[in-house]
Design a protein around this ligand. Structure first.
Ligand code: WT7
Length: 652
């Protein structure tokens, strides 16, 4: 761990934006929360605050205890029981909202489907009955590897209905990455599709699933949705078409009453080693956290159309496409494909068509749209928008302002929401009816949440200074552990500052107390908002027979925040070439997925190391970014740097 990120140039640019944006009075008048005393109230009694939100849910057995906290282990509402799907579906239908649209769905090729809450409830129950027929029982793990089609939330909800923890694996991950996740979770069932559409191409999901399952030993059945109708290999006795088994089930499957701390899902995310971590999220606290943040941060109303444009394969989709919005009975939008298919105005045409009122997306997307130009936006009527959200990486003030002006027409508040897979819910964000925003700042911690910025030794740093972001009090949607790896759980998040959650982000607070997030301080990169470990890519590279050593760093990139830059040393007898660099890129893609494809590969005869043999990443980062080099006196061989500087990187 180093303080490098906290010294980076981000510090100089962030926090210098002086414009402020108070919430528009028309927004305040209708906001779900507009009284700033909520902060004080929640702070005085944070358990009471969360209990109040938890009580808005439907419980099978009411809780009497709110929080049991034996750091780093939390239990929320532990003696209560509920079912997530009863809260997301049944109670809305029972309240007469069965005909309300749950999802407007659009496939990349332009096909459309509309699912009401009644439809979603019936389909979930049919799917749950199919899971039972396939032998899935409460507690069994199910791996879900699907495109962004309605059957994906249905599959997640069906698992939740019967208490089978699921793990969604992003459809862009490779067979090998899927195999690792199936192996670690010991999934019994895999739910996938023949394929999915992406940029006009077909992604071979079933083939990847087959290849992954061949490397694992726990999968008994594979449930396959027909999406693209391409030819797929079929394993008789194991593979089952969704359309053969789901539609013939009864649309009635009683929801299991589950303990508050029953595992709802596992979601794998990258850490600083080569192995992803299975982040454990449980039932009642998670639902409480995502329901409350959806309501207060996204200000959702009965008439809203909420589009969170993430992929459900990431936590953003879990919390703000599926569980948060459904718990609030909101109408959502789901889109399968890329923003530039068939043209660069696809998103704006979706907003116009469905009268989207709340849009939630990543800064990378915003910067890409800026690059494409505002003419694509201006072709469409965007007046339905009333609130905009940002997530996944720091948003630079310029992109923030473009978002505010060009997408939001200057009238929509922006909520820059900081959180992570581990936190389950948004922890730092404006409340749009209360907070005066500053472009580039995620502003303040959510009511009841307590965050701080501390130095290496754990002392709070004064306002205006940079340090590490920590969360100093438990929150209901927090991770409950790393699946089957308690030691890593303690080490990663709780050992640096005992009793406080270490997020791995650099941050500072300005003199008004606003939080400014400054990026990761560990070996985790953010590429287009996706979290990728440098070590994972290095390990993929060195698994190639021609590679002796590799060091990967994130090079600053104006659009994707960081771009993957790999320094590679070849084994003797191999010469660098464009062909080899292409081969190595594809090798990484096959090990992890296309999101991990290195942008630049630089072949170098040696890597700069300390005398004890540690690769000096800081130097490599400076070289890749064309920065003046810091201290090189600890280098074992000072000439290495000059050799590397003389090499040229091969761009993808
Ligand atoms: C990392 C977590 C949680 C949704 C998607 C990402 C970065 C996230 C912000 C923000 C600055 C942000 C952090 C964090 N991050 N939101 N609003 N401002 N940075 O989840 O893949 O678990 O990544 O994303 O660096 O640690 P994730």
């Amino acid at each position: 761990m180093s303080t490098e990120a906290t010294q980076s140039s981000a510090l100089d640019t962030l926090g210098s934006e002086t414009r402020t944006f108070p919430p528009p009075p028309e927004f305040v008048r209708q906001a779900n929360v507009s009284d700033p005393s909520i902060y004080e109230r929640a702070d005085k009694d944070f358990e009471g605050f969360w209990a109040e939100h938890a009580r808005t849910l439907t419980w099978r057995k009411p809780f009497t205890k709110v929080l049991e906290w034996e750091a780093p282990y939390a239990k929320w509402f532990a003696d209560g029981q509920l079912n997530v799907t009863e809260n997301c579906l049944d109670r809305h239908v029972q309240a007469g909202k069965g005909a309300k649209v749950a999802y407007y769905w659009e496939g990349e090729p332009g096909d459309k489907r509309v699912l009401t809450y009644q439809d979603l409830l019936e389909e979930t129950q049919r799917c749950a009955n199919a899971l039972k027929e396939l032998g899935v029982k409460k507690g069994d793990r199910v791996a879900i590897y699907m495109p962004m089609i309605p059957e994906l939330p249905v599959a997640m909800l069906a698992c939740a209905r019967i208490g089978a923890p699921f793990t969604v694996v992003f459809g862009g991950f490779s067979a090998e990455a899927l195999a690792g996740r199936i192996g670690d979770s010991e999934a019994k069932l895999v739910i996938t599709a023949d394929g999915g559409y992406r940029k006009g191409n077909v992604v071979p999901l079933k083939k990847n699933a087959d290849d992954a399952i061949a490397q694992t030993s726990t999968v008994e059945k594979v449930l396959v949705v027909q999406r693209t109708k391409q030819e797929v290999a079929w394993t008789a006795g194991r593979d089952v078409w969704w359309h053969d088994i789901v539609p013939r089930q009864k649309a009635d499957c009683p929801a299991e009453a589950l303990d508050a701390e029953h595992m709802l899902y596992l979601l794998y995310t990258s850490g600083t080693t080569a192995t992803p971590k299975g982040i454990v999220h449980t039932t009642a606290g998670y639902l409480t956290g995502v329901a409350a943040t959806t309501k207060l941060i996204f200000d959702v109303k009965d008439h809203d159309v909420f589009w969170c444009a993430a992929d459900i394969g990431w936590v953003t989709g879990h919390s703000y496409i599926v569980f948060g919005p459904l718990a609030n009975g909101v109408t959502g939008v789901m889109y399968e494909g890329t923003p530039d298919f068939p043209d660069k105005d696809r998103w704006w045409s979706i907003i116009e068509q469905y009268k989207v009122s709340i849009l939630y997306c990543a800064p990378t997307a915003i910067r890409t749209f800026m690059k494409w130009g505002s003419e694509y936006v201006q072709k469409h009527d965007m007046r339905s928008l009333r609130l905009l959200g940002s997530v996944g990486e720091p948003i630079n003030p310029e992109a923030w302002l473009w978002y505010q002006q060009t997408i939001g027409g200057g009238r929509c508040p922006i909520v820059d929401t900081w959180w992570m897979t581990e936190t389950g819910m948004i922890l730092v964000s404006p409340l749009p009816g209360i907070t005066t925003t500053k472009p580039g700042s995620a502003t303040f911690s959510f009511p009841g949440v307590q965050a701080d910025v501390v130095d290496e030794g754990g002392s709070s740093v004064p306002l205006g200074q940079a340090g590490y972001l920590v969360i100093t009090r438990p929150w209901p949607a927090m991770l409950r552990g790393i699946y089957k790896d308690d030691e890593r759980y303690r080490d990663t998040y709780w050992s640096k500052y005992p009793g406080r959650f270490f997020a791995g982000d650099g941050a500072k607070r300005d003199t008004d107390g606003y939080f400014w997030l400054m990026g990761r301080v560990d070996d985790v990169m953010k590429i287009s908002g996706h979290r990728i470990s440098t070590t994972e890519i290095e390990s993929a590279l060195v698994s190639h027979p021609k590679v002796a050593e590799a060091a990967v760093i994130g090079r600053d990139d104006p659009v994707t925040t960081q771009a993957i830059f790999a320094f590679v040393t070849l084994r003797g007898g191999n010469d660098s070439s464009d062909a080899l660099s292409k081969e190595l890129r594809e090798h990484v893609v096959s090990k992890i997925g296309s999101i991990a494809r290195p942008k630049t590969i630089m072949f170098t005869p040696e890597l700069p190391k300390t005398r004890s043999g540690k690769i000096m990443r800081r130097l490599l980062r400076d070289i890749a970014n064309g920065q003046p080099l810091g201290d090189t006196t600890t280098l074992a061989d000072a000439t290495v740097v000059e050799t590397i500087r003389g090499s040229t990187g091969k761009e993808a």
